[in-house]
Design a protein around this ligand. Structure first.
Ligand code: PLP
Length: 390
């Protein structure tokens, strides 16, 4: 049946709600109905909805310079690249418009590096249930079973192995392998963290075999897990890191960062009309100013610990399973409870949460979420869980 939504391609089962405003942890429709948002654009809105520092940066920048073209330098991109390299220990940055595009760039960089440094090696080891995006190459790199039958033939060259299994990675390496690519916490798979032992093992293996270690920090980067980058918690330095989501705090910007030895693009290899435009870079600079302010990440860790505690209490009350994750990227195993049904009940009660798996709830609030908002979320989630009996 034709309705006001029919002109949009239907790419997901969206509820019949049209959001018109957002402030902090809340989203509103035109009638002023409010939803407490613990999805935040899928871990995108680092500082919540329409935060003042980003609004101000965008307004100011929109009057200065929008896009001189990526064929010229602009002051915001230069500043942002310098900030990101200083924060990450990487040497150079290529800006992109989405996480998938940043990962697509990482895949191209690895193939180029293989051509120039490893006798044409081009294959990349990725992981079961990993997620890297929806371009053809990043869908091919993704280990989500539901993607397997889609859009074949896929881009070749991705060898998929079980996450956490160092022996399987070792066994999968051949002459043509050039890189290992993974998320330090598999977000879409249901917030599955890699262990420090596994990540350090991969680093040592990559060094031994002359491979690039590429971390997809699109979901985990920019303070989401309590440190600026998740790999900082594991005492490793990757060769390549990708960022997206939280970097722009709601504005589309992503980044491919690499150590000098991996920065092998030549003129014409990579680019894009909107990449690194000053408008989105100004927004990302405002995000970085806030996230690097003293005590900001301490607060993320404190509110993350508080949220974790409340989820444990709920888990005990309803005999659910484990609570996983880091910082403010957390998941609750729901045991026998149907997680998508809970998400549906929560929506009716005015709460937005996400179920990446049939028995997993994922919580990724604004990094500025308050403990009072966490308390309210738990009340609503509790009521949503109880609804299944009513
Ligand atoms: N990589 C990871 C780890 C992600 O979680 C996502 C999105 O969920 C992507 C890549 C793709 O990012 P985007 O949707 O911005 O293309």
């Amino acid at each position: 049946m034709k309705n006001e939504y029919s002109a949009l391609m239907q790419i997901a089962a969206r509820p019949d709600i049209t959001f018109t405003e957002g402030r902090g942890s809340y989203l509103y429709d035109a009638e002023g109905n409010a939803w407490l948002d613990f999805v935040q654009g899928w871990a995108v809105n680092t500082l919540g909805h329409s935060p003042e520092p980003i609004a101000e940066a965008i307004c100011k920048q929109s009057r200065r310079l929008l896009n001189p073209s990526p064929a010229f330098y602009n002051d915001q991109a230069v500043q942002l690249a310098n900030r990101l390299t200083a924060l990450s220990g990487m040497d150079q940055v290529f800006f992109a418009n989405s996480g998938a595009e940043a990962n697509e760039g990482a895949i191209k960089l690895a193939r180029k590096w293989g051509q120039t440094n490893r006798n044409g090696a081009w294959k990349i080891i990725t992981f079961h249930n990993g997620f890297h995006g929806r371009t053809l190459a990043t869908m091919s790199a993704t280990g989500k079973p539901a993607f397997e039958p889609l859009f074949n033939p896929k881009v070749p060259g991705f060898t998929k192995v079980p996450y956490g299994d160092l022996e399987a990675v070792t066994a999968a390496i051949d002459e043509q392998t050039v890189a290992i690519m993974l998320e330090p916490i598999q977000g879409e798979a249901g917030v599955i963290p890699a262990t420090t032992e596994f990540l350090q093992g991969l680093r040592a293996l990559a060094d031994r075999k002359g491979l690039l270690l590429m971390l997809d920090e699109v979901q985990t980067g920019i303070g989401r897990t309590g440190t600026m980058f998740c790999y900082r918690q594991h005492g490793i330095e990757p060769d390549v890191v990708t960022l997206g989501k939280g970097l722009g705090g709601g504005v589309p910007i992503a980044a491919l960062m690499a150590k000098a030895h991996a920065c092998c693009f030549e003129y014409g290899d990579q680019g894009g009309t909107f990449n690194g435009n000053p408008l989105v870079c100004a927004a990302a600079l405002a995000v970085l100013d806030t996230v690097t302010a003293p005590e900001f990440l301490d607060r993320v860790n404190a509110t993350g610990a508080y949220l974790r505690e409340q989820l444990h209490t709920l888990a005990r009350r309803y005999e659910m399973g484990e609570v996983r994750g880091a910082g403010l990227l957390l998941a609750l195993e729901t045991g026998s409870i149907d997680a998508p049904a809970v998400v549906g009940h929560a929506l009716e009660l005015g709460l937005l949460i996400n179920a990446p798996r049939p028995h997993t709830l994922r919580l990724m609030p604004s990094l500025t979420v308050s403990t009072a908002e966490i308390d309210r979320m738990v009340e609503l989630l509790d009521a949503a869980i109880r609804r299944r009996w009513s």
